[in-house]
Design a binder for this molecule. Structure first.
Ligand SMILES: O=P(O)(O)OC[C@H]1O[C@H](O[C@H]2O[C@H](CO)[C@@H](O)[C@H](O)[C@H]2O)[C@H](O)[C@@H](O)[C@@H]1O
Length: 368
């Protein structure tokens, strides 16, 4: 039995909380789903996993359908469907006490995606700032728990947004890992030296492809190519939908010359990365090992993320039967996460509760 299935007296509270969250759930706006979504045959917003596999290397039309589905803001939602999704993936805020109960006696380790989790999705990727409140909460989290940011972004860039030296950073979808440069708890081991770059041999190739993509896409208004060091992002959030197909075609043509690279999708972004067996899930495992929890039952990892790439980490937690995955989403999506939060402000609330709980449960010796 995994932690996620433990039946305790608190389960009763959980069920009450879930029932409350269902009765509070709002009816989502009526559908404006592109027809292509229906063709994808899967759940709203997330094309079915098997289908996604088939999409890699197939016709550009399939990619376009998937591009349309990559950042759904409105879904065809029957109240019943939304309710059943909430039932299977309750709000982590509503089941907070249950989560704490399940973590009893274990060391909580916190893993956080950046875009869409700690910062809201904005049109300009260079302006995806966290709020001051989020930063203060994150500082509190890092004071009490080992904490890592796991992101598709370049590690240096995400560091410039977060600016907290006490965290672990796993950039480029986990292909660029670095430990804290400042320790919050010097007594508890020192992982400052942790540095892992499993795709370092791809650096020259990524730089080369970056330059080619810049040149090939500059005729597409709104397209933006971002160099994330070991990965590249081709953003189409600001591209007219009519130009999505030509843009995807250009990217695919370039990648045909580079079979060592693969193309995946995030939220209105095409992502190019080395075709190695490394992802956010592997980064999570690597970090747990670095922290001394490789084969330990005494750890309770909490991973919060909003993107398809975060599913690799949710899957790892499920297969280890440890900790919990929390998906950040307002709409039902196919996911391996156990719980949900609606947006970065709910993520901040959840993290703040974690800090408050830790503070109140830490016994401070009274002076005589
Ligand atoms: O793993 P993540 O931290 O979620 O990073 C994934 C991508 O995030 C960024 O793009 C996304 O956020 C942008 C800012 O809100 C938004 O404009 C864009 O449409 C989103 O896809 C980042 O810019 C990418 O390089 C990352 O791959």
């Amino acid at each position: 039995m995994t932690n996620q299935n433990v039946v305790t007296p608190e389960v009763i509270n959980t069920l009450i909380a879930v029932a409350a969250s269902i009765s509070n759930s709002q009816v989502l706006p009526t559908a404006t789903v592109p027809e292509s979504l229906a063709l994808l045959g899967g759940f709203w917003g997330f094309p079915h996993k098997n289908l996604m596999k088939r999409l890699e290397g197939t016709k550009v039309n399939a990619w376009i359908d998937s591009m349309r589905a990559s950042s759904p803001t409105r879904v065809k939602s029957e109240i019943q469907e939304k309710r059943s999704w909430i039932l299977y993936h309750p709000s982590a805020l509503n089941v907070f006490d249950q989560i704490i109960y399940n973590s009893k006696g274990k060391k909580i380790v916190v893993f956080l995606d950046y875009d869409g989790t700690l910062s809201p999705i904005v049109t300009d990727p260079d302006k995806a700032f966290m709020t001051r409140k989020m930063r203060a909460t994150l500082k509190g989290i890092a004071r009490h728990f080992p904490t890592a940011i796991v992101t598709g972004r370049c590690r240096d860039k995400v560091y410039n947004f977060v600016k907290l030296a006490e965290l672990y950073y796993a950039g480029s979808h986990g292909m660029d890992i670095k430990g804290p440069t400042k320790s919050q708890s010097p007594k508890k081991g020192n992982n400052k030296g942790v540095l892992f770059q499993p795709a370092s041999q791809f650096l020259p190739m990524i730089d080369e492809v970056y330059k080619i993509l810049l040149e090939k896409t500059n005729s597409v208004p709104g397209a933006k190519v971002e160099n994330n060091k070991f990965c590249l992002s081709v953003h189409f959030r600001c591209v007219d939908e009519k130009s999505w197909a030509p843009l995807a075609e250009k990217v695919k043509l370039v990648l045909n010359e580079y079979p060592q690279l693969r193309l995946t999708q995030g939220r209105k972004v095409l992502e190019i990365r080395p075709a190695i067996k490394w992802d956010k899930g592997k980064a999570l495992e690597f970090l747990l090992k670095a922290l001394g929890y490789e084969n330990s039952d005494d750890v309770f990892p909490i991973y919060i993320g909003d993107d398809r790439t975060d599913e690799d980490a949710f899957k790892v937690l499920r297969s280890r039967g440890q900790g919990i995955g929390i998906l950040v989403s307002r709409v039902p999506k196919e996911t391996d996460a156990s719980y949900t939060l609606q947006d970065p402000s709910e993520v901040e609330q959840f993290l703040r509760r974690l800090v408050e709980w830790k503070r109140s449960s830490t016994v401070t010796p009274t002076s005589v």
